[in-house]
Design a protein around this ligand. Structure first.
Ligand code: MLT
Length: 264
């Protein structure tokens, strides 16, 4: 499905009925990374997956990107769908966008699941790495970004034993436009430190991290769990950064249990 928000086309999917659960994907992927969550959870909940600006079936304008703008796109899409409040699941960049969303639209957040993400801003070296990666995308295209990203997104065991999953992730990256890749890199580079926000989060929150996640390791997850009031933390074994794809059953179980408790 598609709709116009904030002067661009946004691609999304809306399946099932009940408590709305909104999924925000990682960089540089798209909403199809949530296919298993959508298939298995839409029998119990209303599952909304969104192609963030720059990804999948959404427009990827050649322009400045910010995470606040992506948060505004999400809010406008919820208006279009007549959803006032929802449970939000954000993985990695999706989590960064949830911090921006929470700053502006806390009243719309019934609950938060922050997966394989971090509250800290980029370091100076991290920002430099973003600009180098944007240059690589510009000069060598998204396939070069896939070569760099896949070992960061998936565990060595997954890379060796699950070629279809690796291919699925590669295809998502290779189908992302350069304007979206570079736009996101700049947006992530300039995102603010969200650590001071953590203590102000009053929505029920669950934090998930793959035990082998090197991009946003368990230490980052622990920091969020310590600072967000009453937050819970689950470390998923045998998963790296894309825990929802590497261990979908464990990931879905956490979402389902959290969502049922929210409904009570
Ligand atoms: C992601 O998975 O969204 C990225 O690894 C986030 C990042 O580069 O900081």
């Amino acid at each position: 499905m598609h709709t116009q928000v904030n002067n661009i086309t946004i691609g999304y999917s809306d399946q099932g009925t009940g408590l709305p659960i909104v999924f925000l994907h990682a960089f540089p992927l798209n909403r199809t990374m949530w296919a298993t969550q959508e298939r298995l959870l839409s029998s119990q909940f209303r599952i909304i997956t969104i192609d963030l600006r720059g990804h999948g079936e959404s427009d990827a304008p050649l322009w400045r990107y910010t995470l606040e703008q992506s948060a505004e796109d999400v809010s406008a899409l919820l208006d279009h769908l007549r959803i006032q409040r929802a449970l939000f699941v954000g993985l990695s960049m999706g989590g960064y966008i949830l911090f921006a969303f929470y700053r502006k639209y806390a009243a719309r957040v019934k609950g938060l699941i922050l997966a394989d993400t971090r509250a800290q801003a980029d370091t100076v070296e991290g920002i430099e790495g973003r600009f180098q990666m944007a240059q690589i995308a510009h000069k060598r295209g998204p396939a070069a970004i896939a070569d760099i990203m896949i070992p960061k997104l998936l565990s060595p065991a997954t890379v060796q034993t699950k070629p279809e999953l690796v291919q699925q992730v590669r295809a998502m990256i290779e189908n992302t436009q350069i304007s979206g890749i570079a736009g996101d890199l700049m947006a992530m580079a300039e995102r603010p430190d969200s650590v001071p926000l953590l203590r102000q989060i009053t929505s029920p929150t669950h934090i998930i991290v793959g035990e082998l996640d090197q991009a946003t390791p368990p230490s980052d997850a622990r920091l969020m769990a310590e600072q967000i009031p009453h937050a819970c933390l689950t470390i998923i074994p045998q998963a790296a950064h894309l825990a929802n794809l590497e261990q979908p059953e464990a990931f879905n179980q956490i979402i389902s249990t959290f969502a049922f408790n929210l409904k009570k």
